[in-house]
Ligand binder design. Structure first.
Ligand code: AMP
Ligand code: MG
Length: 445
């Protein structure tokens, strides 16, 4: 089935009174897949760029990063201790005594060789001296005379041959992938690349994402509020959300609830952006003229999703405006206007679509579980996202507590929260003490 058939606003699936969140996610992933396919057919011009490591955080790796060398490059010590030849461990003596003939430092290898009955003091990371294959950790030495560190003694059964030695190529063989294409690059990946001597990475170009807020009541920061008007907050939360993904933002500002202004703004986005995210103007009553415009400009479905908050949402593509090069469609998300609904629908639908469109291999938010400290009312038949704070009980178990009133417009409860409690479609009322699924806003890496 083609994307246009599936997403037509007239298709009964997408007019159904409530679309399951999972079905919406699936439809979005399928359409993004089609866009990728069409882009590939166009040869993806300029979609990969080379950036230095200090610019690569939160970009998406475009090609497997192959290790140019073995890591480690040579056998070395994993411990501070004493390096020796493990032959003596096979000899049956309960205690072994070795003469310390020198020291091997990291970055300053020991030049000579170590014979039977001898050992070297060795530091973590120092190359294994010739003739040595085993390292005795410092703390295993017994009867150590601080006055005389020229001899060490230890119990034979505490150690086996080869222990505490890192082998050449043990972490990575030369030519093997250190980081796979599709990785949303994290600090550790940059460190890993640097450890391999690699100064630049091939990454996906930043997606261009246009944002706009629609609503006659909206005022930009700095403007005076008249009775009934409110500040436009959605563009700022969206900017924050998009900046976390390190994308290029095209701010199309506030657009009045008027078909011509909307049409102009959508055309601008279709010309300049890979993706347009609008907020407001898709609820029942407002959606009618948005629908009309969309019939002209693209192929967009108006969904009622079985979720709370965030029920109405428009989704589809805008046709490329004539002269656009390459002539790609623009992915369109028409999010509901309520400030919390914007964030919830972004986390649920937009984030993973943006990552997928930009070639990321891991696009889903990872869930964890915690025990709810309070009962939560929940109606089966829709997915609910409650703002909450993840903590820890005295017994060490993870707990979660809601951040007060959960109205779709109440940003304060979102601002205080560090996670969503996700109550799934089929779930009913939750009792205090039940385990619930939790999606954290921030990951560590
Ligand atoms: P709508 O989806 O346009 O019906 O808007 C739903 C609610 O969200 C209304 O109370 C709007 O005033 C509010 N709203 C819409 N857009 C924004 C915005 N950009 N910033 C803050 N509130 C908004
Ligand atoms: Mg509105």
């Amino acid at each position: 089935m083609s994307g246009s058939t599936r997403l037509s606003p007239n298709n009964p699936i997408f007019l159904s009174s409530s679309l399951h969140v999972d079905d919406a996610r699936k439809a979005i992933a399928d359409l993004v897949q089609e866009l990728l396919f069409e882009s590939n057919a166009m040869g993806m011009p300029n979609d990969i760029e080379t950036v230095s490591l200090d610019q690569a955080i939160n970009r998406i790796l475009a090609k497997d990063l192959l290790s140019p060398t073995n890591v480690p490059a040579a056998d070395n010590s994993a411990m501070d201790g004493f390096a020796f030849n493990g032959d003596c461990l096979d000899m049956g003596d309960a205690h072994i005594t070795l003469k310390v003939i020198g020291t091997a430092y990291a970055g300053k290898p020991y030049k000579g060789s170590v014979g039977p009955g001898e050992c070297l003091k060795i530091m973590t990371g120092a190359l294994m001296p010739i003739g040595c294959d085993t390292v005795l950790p410092q703390e295993f030495t017994i009867n150590q005379n601080p006055e005389n560190i020229s001899v060490i003694e230890f119990k034979r059964n505490q150690l086996q041959r080869g222990e505490n030695r890192r082998l050449r190529g043990e972490d990575l063989q030369a030519g093997s992938p250190a980081v796979l294409a599709g990785r949303f690059l994290r600090p550790s990946d940059l460190g890993l690349a640097a450890s391999l001597g690699i100064a630049t990475l091939k990454v996906r170009r930043k997606l261009k994402v246009a944002i706009l807020s629609s609503g006659d009541e909206l005022r930009a920061l700095g403007q005076d509020l008249v009775p009934g008007s409110i500040y436009d907050s959605n563009r700022y939360s969206l900017t924050g959300l998009l900046n976390r993904l390190n994308l290029e933002i095209i701010d199309c500002g506030i657009v009045r609830d008027d078909p011509n202004s909307l049409k102009l703004a959508f055309c601008e986005a279709a010309q300049r952006a890979d993706v347009l995210i609008s907020s407001g103007g898709v609820s029942v009553g407002e959606a009618d003229y948005t629908k009309q415009i969309m019939q002209e400009l693209g192929d967009v479905g108006f969904w009622k999703i079985a979720m709370r908050p965030g029920r109405p949402m428009a989704f589809g593509t805008l046709k490329p405006v004539s002269g656009k090069y390459p002539a790609r469609k623009t992915l369109f998300f028409g999010l509901p206007g309520n400030p919390v609904a914007v964030m919830v629908t972004f986390y649920q639908f937009v984030r993973s679509a943006l990552l997928q469109l930009n070639g990321a291999s891991q696009t889903e938010v990872q869930l964890t579980q915690a025990i709810t400290q309070e009962a939560i009312r929940k109606r089966p038949g829709r997915t609910e996202f409650q703002r909450a704070i993840l903590g820890r009980a005295l017994d060490g178990k993870p707990t979660v507590r809601l951040t007060g009133s959960q109205g779709a417009g109440i940003l304060r409860s979102m601002s205080q929260a560090n996670c969503f409690v996700i109550l799934h479609h089929e779930q009913g009322n939750i009792s205090a003490g039940d385990w619930v699924d939790v999606a954290l806003f921030d990951g560590l890496l």
